[in-house]
Design a protein around this ligand. Structure first.
Ligand code: NAP
Length: 323
């Protein structure tokens, strides 16, 4: 292998963490290759989870708020402006026995990796958790959704439901009232987990109603969603909610399957980084964003940790003689 075949930095993932790492490493002349991901029905698509969100009101620098997808377009343009190379595609396998480390895009069974890099920045993010009901696979995209921004438009003047009691559920419910005639929030307890401001906004919205102490036990419909079976966990009473859409907003899981067996994962599947650093336990492998953060999980913290990963990678490359 000749050194010129080996990239200095490959960044896997193109959410706020990956694209911030791209901006910083491009500006450090490291010529980064960003493997962006592929469009999918869940949240590991190019641009990350903000592609599935609506108004972002807490990203500094946007006093009027900004739409999630618009913000990610700006991140991407900024990275490209400094020479980051974008590759649409999904990483199918990594070999972290280097450096250099191997990255496969497409067929994972070819003996040689598609790309090699001295430094890898893993920014694969997290995805929506599903309820685990058999009907989910059949009805996703046919009345069942994890993305109000993508699908809300289809439910104009209809009664729909949202499952969950966190900020995501409140955000989705509020957004969906732009289209739906009524939004029922189904929550398994009698108290929300969402922040006070999001709760207040949802309670003040007259198109939102709450079904407390309630779980979804089945999703009805063959080709398209026709209703939701629910159970009150206090009374054990079953009933059917007559809705045409269901949005699942019960949290997220990190996208770490690719790294299983090669990097240490926490009990909940997140990558482990060294304190105050983006370094993993493997030389030349750095992690940033939601894939390693189960505490803050904000776009701005993900962006911050992408910056850390780029600086850590730059310093490591310099010290290892690959700078
Ligand atoms: P979350 O805070 O973990 O809330 C998940 C919600 O889903 C909880 O209410 C939980 O119920 C419920 N839930 C979990 N598993 C369930 C199941 N199997 N069946 C039924 N209900 C279930 O997740 P999130 O709302 O996605 O938020 C994640 C993080 O992102 C949070 O830190 C949040 O603040 C942040 N966030 C911020 C914004 C914003 O500020 N604009 C927007 C979205 C997210 P329990 O309450 O009973 O556990």
């Amino acid at each position: 292998m000749i050194d010129s075949d080996v990239h200095k930095v490959i960044i896997i993932g193109s959410g706020p963490a990956g694209l911030t790492a791209a901006i910083y490493s491009a500006r450090a002349n490291l010529n980064p290759l960003v493997i962006e991901g592929e469009p999918s029905s869940n949240s590991d698509q190019p641009g990350g989870q903000l592609m599935l969100t609506t108004d972002v009101e807490n990203y500094p620098g946007f006093p009027e708020g900004v739409m999630g997808p618009e913000l990610m377009v700006k991140f991407r343009e900024q990275a490209q402006r400094f020479g980051a190379h974008m590759l649409g595609g999904k990483v199918s396998r990594v070999d972290l026995s280097g450096p250099p480390h191997g990255v496969w895009v497409g067929d994972p069974n070819t003996p040689e990796p598609t790309y090699r890099a001295w430094a890898l920045i893993l920014s694969t993010g997290a995805r929506s958790i599903m309820l685990g009901l058999p009907a989910e696979e059949r009805l996703i995209g046919h009345g069942l959704s994890t993305c109000a921004t993508c699908d809300g438009f289809f439910f104009r003047d209809q009664h729909i439901a949202v499952v969950g009691g966190g900020d995501s559920a409140m955000e989705e419910a509020n957004f969906l009232t732009r289209f739906a005639s009524k939004v029922t929030v189904i929550h398994r307890r009698d108290e929300l987990r969402a922040s006070k401001i999001m709760q207040d906004r949802a309670f003040a919205n007259e198109r939102i109603e709450f079904l407390w102490n309630t779980v979804v036990t089945d999703i009805l419909g063959e080709d398209t969603l026709t209703g939701v079976k629910v159970r009150n966990v206090v009374t054990d009473e079953d009933s059917v909610l007559d809705v045409t859409g269901l949005f699942i907003a019960i949290g997220h899981r990190p996208n770490t399957t690719l790294f299983e067996g090669q990097l240490t994962l926490t009990d909940t599947g997140y990558l482990v980084t060294q304190p105050d650093s983006s370094r993993t336990e493997i030389e030349g492998v750095f992690a940033s964003g939601d894939v390693q953060d189960d505490v803050y999980r904000q776009a701005v913290t993900a962006a911050g940790s992408g910056c850390m990963a780029a600086i850590d990678a730059e310093r490591w490359l310099e010290a290892a003689g690959h700078g």
